[in-house]
Design a protein around this ligand. Structure first.
Ligand SMILES: Nc1nc(=O)c2c([nH]1)NC[C@@H]1CN(c3ccc(C(=O)N[C@@H](CCC(=O)O)C(=O)O)cc3)C=[N+]21
Length: 310
């Protein structure tokens, strides 16, 4: 297996999200084999894609490919952008009722005019592999068992790869979204970190950032976090995936952190691409194995338990 932590020419070591995702994919594949041995069928993930957004199509294709590479079944449901709210809800209800489906992911955002909240809340909590239902969010707040959101889980995994036990670390999460920032704050709290949840109204964000042992940047603003916001030696997890104009009219992906600056100060840093992005899909696969196990009332395979946060 390739190293997850590698050195760079600058101060910081790189956290290789692709290598980490390969390790988590392998754990999910091992778990999937155990589920198949117990149930006579592999875990199954259903993905719902509404409309024809090209970026969403790429993500969904990637998810399907990785799901099958891990020995699981992937089913894709495509609906036209002008589908009615009732038809989307009806599809989710049919997937809820289908005993052969273990996990349901509705690709977000939904086209304008559809009620995203209602669609997501229709998902049965025991199939909510995205960890976005009220039940999953409540379980996270309570510290009760439940499905944790994939991107925050991936961020915790990468921070642990860099630092080991996170107990007592000071974490600054920038961004309070439902999908990433808010659940990330709660997951790092569950790791016994001291968590600050910063956002667009935070006063003196650079100073707040500077006291962090771990910075989680999840705002969706290219290169917002500057090198001199980073405490020397800190661990920087860049959740941002921003498509910007590159050279020769080509678009390229950049994170929320000014990587070239931050790598000079940080102790560890995730690149974009090749950082948190691949981990999101890896955690989706791990959640799908866990969902299949819990639904079948067999124990979650140790390989998968080991990669998921508490
Ligand atoms: N219900 C739902 N759950 C999601 O988890 C969800 C979603 N909707 N909608 C869209 C966002 C975005 N997302 C990404 C997953 C992987 C990469 C990823 O692997 N990115 C590669 C690069 C891919 C590229 O080149 O475009 C990387 O960062 O290295 C990126 C983004 C999941 N999302």
């Amino acid at each position: 297996m390739t190293d997850i932590i590698t050195s760079s020419d600058a101060a910081a070591k790189l956290i290789d999200g692709k290598a980490a995702a390969a390790a988590v994919d392998a754990a999910a594949a091992d778990g999937a084999r155990q589920i198949e041995a117990a149930l006579g069928r592999p875990p199954c993930l259903a993905v719902v894609l509404v409309g024809d957004d090209p970026a969403s199509q790429v993500y969904v294709r990637n998810k399907g490919r990785r799901t099958e590479a891990a020995g699981m079944r992937s089913v894709e449901h495509r609906l036209p952008a002008d589908v009615s709210q009732a038809d989307v809800v009806a599809l989710v209800q049919a997937l809820n009722a289908d005993d052969g489906v273990d996990g349901i992911l509705v690709q977000l955002p939904l086209p304008a005019g559809l009620d995203e909240t209602e669609v997501v809340q229709t998902i049965r909590p025991d199939k909510d592999v995205d960890g976005l239902t009220a039940q999953s969010a409540g379980a996270l707040v309570l510290g009760a068992p439940g499905m944790r959101p994939c991107t925050p889980s991936g961020s915790v995994f990468l921070a642990k790869q860099a630092l080991g036990d996170l107990t007592g670390k000071s974490v600054v999460v920038i961004g309070r979204s439902i999908l990433v920032g808010k659940p990330a704050a709660l997951l790092f709290l569950a790791e016994n970190c001291t968590v600050t949840l910063a956002h667009s109204r935070t006063q003196d964000l650079p100073a707040v950032c500077r006291q962090a042992d771990i910075v989680i940047a999840a705002v969706g603003r290219p290169n917002l976090v500057k090198g001199d916001w980073i405490k020397p030696g800190a661990c920087v997890i860049d959740v941002g995936i921003n498509r910007v104009e590159g050279e020769a009219g080509k678009s390229r992906l950049v994170g929320d952190v000014d990587f070239d600056q931050a790598i000079e100060t940080a102790g560890f840093i995730t690149p974009v691409p090749g950082g948190v992005g691949p981990m999101t899909i890896a955690m989706l696969l791990a959640n799908t194995v866990a969902a299949a196990a819990r639904r079948a009332k067999v124990s979650v395979p140790d390989s998968v338990k080991d990669v998921l946060p508490g």
